[in-house]
Write a protein that binds this ligand. Structure first.
Ligand code: C2E
Ligand code: CA
Ligand code: CA
Length: 279
């Protein structure tokens, strides 16, 4: 209704202008940050729900903003995708995490699998597989320990290319997992066509997960079907022992979430890996 009055319209107009200006500033800052590499990789461990061992870790990027401190990806990944900046940024995240993984291995630690998020934009690049291959070579990262997380929409977009890319990566020994599973439109029939090793159950299904809840029905269906297709399952956003218990009942292999650990800088992850070796 505000738009009907003159001043209301003006107000609305000003708001839009301000949003557009904010966005322009943000794009400029983001571009500069990508040039200057003002980002930090955080690592969040994934645990076996059966024996409590660390299965691996996911790398989650943070923007080290000069005035605003550490900014989470929720605030800039979409913009990075829209502007194409996700391509160099994603490549940097992959290279940095692979280097870190290799360093941990050289120190005699067991970081397990390294999971890296790949956006649809990256996945669509013609030279994506080649880039991954050269990063593996350059860093000495073991391809068998690398896992790329792609969303359902990235797997569906331009299907022929997606299928070809997944096969090519798989031939290199790299595992593919489907991120945020359950939020998109991928059918199990479609999934069967891909060499996919893992499904990650989207956090929103885990949030209200209790015995005999609707979410329990959804989660147990996903797990059963995934297992029938030979895939393993990791649940995102596990915050309570009760959620972990329900997931365990349904034979979900892995869990990731605040119940275990929040994402952390490399030094903290290194301490965790060390303490894990000692007991
Ligand atoms: P995602 O891949 O679904 O990552 C999981 C998100 O859930 C992370 O948010 C993580 O910090 C958060 N999380 C983990 N455990 C819990 C929990 O127990 N409770 C709650 N409430 N949250 C939990 P984050 O780090 O803010 O990342 C958000 C999203 O940004 C990621 O969602 C991913 O889609 C994207 N992202 C992060 N890093 C990258 C990257 O390097 N490349 C690309 N393309 N996307 C990235
Ligand atoms: Ca992910
Ligand atoms: Ca998610």
């Amino acid at each position: 209704r505000a738009r009907e009055t003159g001043s209301g319209f003006e107000y609305y107009h000003m708001e839009m202008k301000r949003d557009a200006q904010k966005r322009m500033v943000m794009v400029r800052e983001l571009r500069k940050a990508v040039e200057d590499l003002h980002f930090l990789p955080y690592y969040q461990p994934q645990y076996s729900l059966h024996n409590g061992n660390i299965l691996g870790m996911e790398v989650l990027v943070r923007w080290k903003h000069q005035d605003r401190g550490m900014i989470g990806p929720g605030e800039f990944i979409q913009l990075a995708e829209e502007t194409g900046l996700i391509v160099p940024l994603g490549e940097w995240v992959l290279r940095t995490a692979c280097m870190q993984w290799k360093e941990w291995r050289n120190k005699g630690l067991s970081p397990g699998k390294l999971a890296v998020n790949v956006s649809a934009k990256q996945f669509q690049q013609n030279d994506f597989v080649h880039k991954v291959e050269s990063i593996l070579e350059e860093t000495g990262m073991d391809s068998q320990s690398l896992e790329l997380e792609i969303t359902e929409s990235a797997a569906m977009y331009d299907t022929d290319k997606a299928v070809a890319n997944i096969h090519a990566l798989s031939d290199l020994g790299i595992a593919i997992s489907i991120d945020d599973f359950g939020t998109g439109y991928l059918s199990f029939g479609y999934l069967k066509k891909f060499p996919i090793q893992k499904l990650k159950i989207e956090r929103s299904f885990v949030r209200d997960l209790r015995a005999d809840s609707d979410n329990e029905a959804i989660v147990s269906t996903i797990i059963t079907m995934a297992h029938k297709l030979g895939m393993s399952v990791v649940a995102e956003g596990v915050e309570t022992e009760e959620q972990a218990q329900v997931l365990r009942t349904h034979r979900c292999e892995g869990g990731q979430g605040y119940l275990f650990h929040q994402p952390m800088p490399a030094q903290d992850m290194e301490k965790l890996l060390k303490s894990n070796m000692n007991n």
